[in-house]
Write a new protein. Structure first.
Length: 407
């Protein structure tokens, strides 16, 4: 029996999506590389990882579509950038998804810890030493270095605008829309960040264009990074982290995205971040805990704490975050997300987790003033950042309704 009530989070002011394909194929990457700059991210190296999990399948729906471009400038460099495909693509998931009680996360293979500024060949160790970490949890962190998951035996090819399938711990596939520069692997050090975006109920991966923004996607890919936007699928017998839309079994999907992106792009492993809205915002705070071995910081739009906190994978990593929410009684779809966000702050701020609390004047929505600043926040909050750069005061440029205190 399902133990939680499924919620329906209807997007207020949601992104408009066009017709999409689900023909079991992946679209070819676009060729319109432009000479545009990207951000500079923190120091670190690349890492090759080993291990094995079940091979992934091919196909999925091809996503395309226009979206909000966002705003805000970042330092420019000499790299190129990718413009994600435009048109009438994209797809919207419809209907409720069944969930069951319980669920098991299958452990993954061992991981390796990247050495400072070095490169780890598969099966070897670098100057940072080696550490074992299962894809389903465990492992330790030394000297503030992330512990990275092992790559699947056969990583799907990551192509810009195409969909790559990654298997859950339950065995079902999760299609993930990818934004990547074809020459990502050859980008100069330190490389770019990896961003994982979790969409709301009845939405689609195209929501990333609203919640993260085209300008930010361009900056990430120009630096050699990757933006990944999963699309949820039914997960029979799985354990939900929100309203029956995302699941504990999706933690392994995050691991596979991380490992395969490191394999095929130039990822700065101190800059692996996650964000999402509504059901995706609830799942985001779960991922911040459940994958604190490598998550550097997060943004939760109308999310917060669901029912109970998750288990910290790495208790030493107090993952910094932004939580945005509307007024009590206004930011409500079954749950009151003002209360859920405040509950997160009251539980985690005393434990040392920095939380910028942005109580905006809107309702249940992606905060349109924070989304363009999301990459700025991630840039300022690498893995286990210390001291917290916003502790004494939030920098200028953020909305006046953001505070270091709950309000």
């Amino acid at each position: 029996m399902q133990k939680v009530m499924a919620l329906v989070f209807v997007a207020a002011g949601a992104v408009t999506f066009g017709c999409g394909s689900s023909d079991g194929t992946s679209s070819a990457p676009p060729s319109d590389i432009q000479n545009a700059g990207g951000s500079t991210f923190g120091a670190g190296g690349s890492v090759g990882v080993g291990g094995s999990v079940a091979p992934t399948g091919n196909g999925g729906s091809t996503l395309a579509g226009t979206g909000n471009t966002g705003a805000g400038a970042f330092p420019s460099g000499n790299g190129g950038s990718i413009s994600p495909p435009s048109g009438n693509g994209g797809f919207v998931s419809g209907g409720g998804l069944p969930v069951g009680a319980g669920g098991i996360i299958a452990p993954g293979g061992g991981g390796v810890m990247v050495g400072a500024g070095g490169t780890l060949p598969t099966g070897g160790t670098g100057s940072g030493g080696a550490a074992q970490a299962g894809a389903g949890g465990g492992g330790t962190v030394s000297d503030g270095k992330p512990v990275l998951p092992a790559a699947p035996a056969n990583c799907p090819m990551l192509k810009n605008g195409a969909v790559a399938n990654f298997p859950r711990a339950s065995g079902t596939n999760v299609p993930v829309t990818i934004y990547i520069d074809p020459s990502a692997k050859s980008k100069p050090a330190p490389g770019g960040p990896l961003i994982i975006y979790w969409h709301a109920t009845l939405s689609s991966p195209a929501e990333v264009l609203q919640g993260f923004g085209q300008a930010n996607i361009t900056a990430v890919t120009a630096a050699g990074g990757v933006v990944a936007a999963p699309a949820t699928t039914a997960c029979s017998g799985c354990t939900t982290t929100d309203d029956g839309y995302w699941f504990l079994e999706d933690d392994v999907v995050a691991d596979e995205i991380v490992a395969c992106a490191i394999q095929q792009a130039n990822i700065d492993v101190t800059h692996i971040h996650t964000l999402g809205w509504s059901a995706g915002g609830l799942h985001t705070t779960h991922v911040a805990q459940a994958r604190s071995n490598y998550i550097a910081s997060f943004i939760s739009y109308s999310g917060g704490l669901y029912l109970l906190p998750s288990t910290d994978q790495n208790p030493k990593n107090k993952v910094a975050g932004i939580l945005t929410y509307g007024d009590p009684g206004s930011d409500v779809v079954i749950l009151d997300f003002n209360a859920q966000s405040q509950n997160w702050y009251k539980m985690f701020q005393p434990m040392g987790w920095y939380s910028m609390m942005c109580h905006h004047p809107g309702g249940h929505e992606v905060d349109p003033q924070i989304a363009p600043l999301s990459l700025r926040f991630f840039k300022d909050h690498p893995f286990e950042v210390n001291p917290e750069p916003y502790a004494s005061a939030i920098p200028s440029g953020y909305p006046s309704y953001c505070s270091n205190m709950v309000h």
